[in-house]
Design a protein around this ligand. Structure first.
Ligand code: NAD
Length: 292
């Protein structure tokens, strides 16, 4: 066995990433606040835990894959958290997408307790998580990065150290900004194509062969056209990311008009009950606007 990983957060992404670490030869203990999320992992080789401390105590590395900033802060500062019970290996790798600013504060608090923290958010969606082909963008100290790298290689194929604490989150937010505006562009093309009576499935295929191709067109285009809203990456998680993008932009006084507009459309989608649907449900905003 290569070492002990304590994995926290077994949602859409985390359950696949934890499973891949078992395949890569790590001893993986896993915890989720929702007991059912832990129970479904039986038979995968993951050792289920019923408390956070059970997964962190013996861990060489603790990995978190949680929804948002408060959840990661809870794992760090909470009663059973890392500051109260420092993990054996004194290294936290947070792979969630959270605030870069809050990341820096948490990393400083942990550093004072002798625990290193890396921000290592991912891109590639549930498919990339399942296939261990995620792109992982890492912020933090070089020596912590080198310690974490073999574990990250069990979950992804494109692993880059992009700077100091928070830099991984900044790069991820730039990724999300592009994804959001790209989805909006696809929605607009589909709305226009539909109104003009072209075959949307054929149009998607044709566009994929040219300069308009994108990950979003390939992975979400068909679901948009078919009206299949099943979640991979949820509308409410993208809205969280866009909020983080706009907060960061405001801090830096950078105008982001495109992001502001698409964020309003995501808010519209959520207001119409699409929050727990996949991002392809952004197209429903265009359905409504064009009376479809
Ligand atoms: P998810 O909501 O499916 O999973 C999060 C899990 O964390 C849930 O099972 C929840 O019960 C658990 N959790 C919440 N608070 C907890 C706590 N205090 N302790 C332990 N467990 C706790 O979300 P997801 O889709 O897996 O995404 C996780 C993170 O990765 C998010 O930050 C998201 O933005 C990011 N991300 C998601 C995707 C995607 O396509 N789904 C892609 C890239 C990045």
């Amino acid at each position: 066995k290569k070492g002990n990983v304590g994995f926290v957060g077994l949602g859409v992404m985390g359950r696949e990433m934890a499973r891949n670490l078992v395949v890569a030869g790590y001893t993986v203990r896993a915890f989720d606040v929702v007991p059912a999320a832990v129970e479904v992992m039986s038979g995968t080789g993951i050792i289920p835990a019923s408390t956070l401390a059970e997964v962190t105590a013996d861990a060489d590395i603790v990995v978190t894959m949680l929804p948002d900033t408060p959840h990661v802060a809870e794992v760090v500062r909470g009663a059973g958290g890392l500051l109260a019970f420092p993990p054996k290996g004194r290294l936290l790798v947070d792979m969630s997408t959270i605030s870069p600013e809050a990341t820096r504060v948490l990393s400083q608090e942990l550093a004072q307790a002798g625990i290193a923290m890396l921000d290592a958010p991912v891109s590639g969606g549930p498919i990339g998580a399942k296939d261990a082909t995620l792109s992982i963008m890492v912020g933090g100290d070089e020596d912590a990065f080198l310690r974490a790298k073999p574990v990250l290689e069990g979950m992804g194929t494109t692993i880059n150290h992009v700077g100091v604490s928070g830099a991984g989150q900044t790069v991820k937010l730039c990724n999300q900004l592009i994804c959001g505006i790209n989805l909006q562009a696809i929605c607009e093309a589909l709305a226009l194509g539909r109104a003009c009576g072209v075959d949307l499935n054929q149009m998607r295929e044709v566009l994929m062969g040219g300069s308009a191709n994108s990950w979003m067109l390939e992975k979400l285009g068909s679901a948009m056209i078919d009206g299949d809203a099943a979640a991979g990456f949820r509308i409410d998680l993208m809205l969280k990311d866009l909020r983080l993008v706009l907060e960061t932009a405001q801090h830096q006084s950078v105008p982001l008009p495109g992001t502001s507009l698409v964020t309003s459309q995501y808010i519209d989608a959520r207001a119409h009950g699409e929050g727990s649907n996949g991002n392809q449900a952004l197209f429903r905003v265009y359905d409504r606007m064009s009376g479809q």
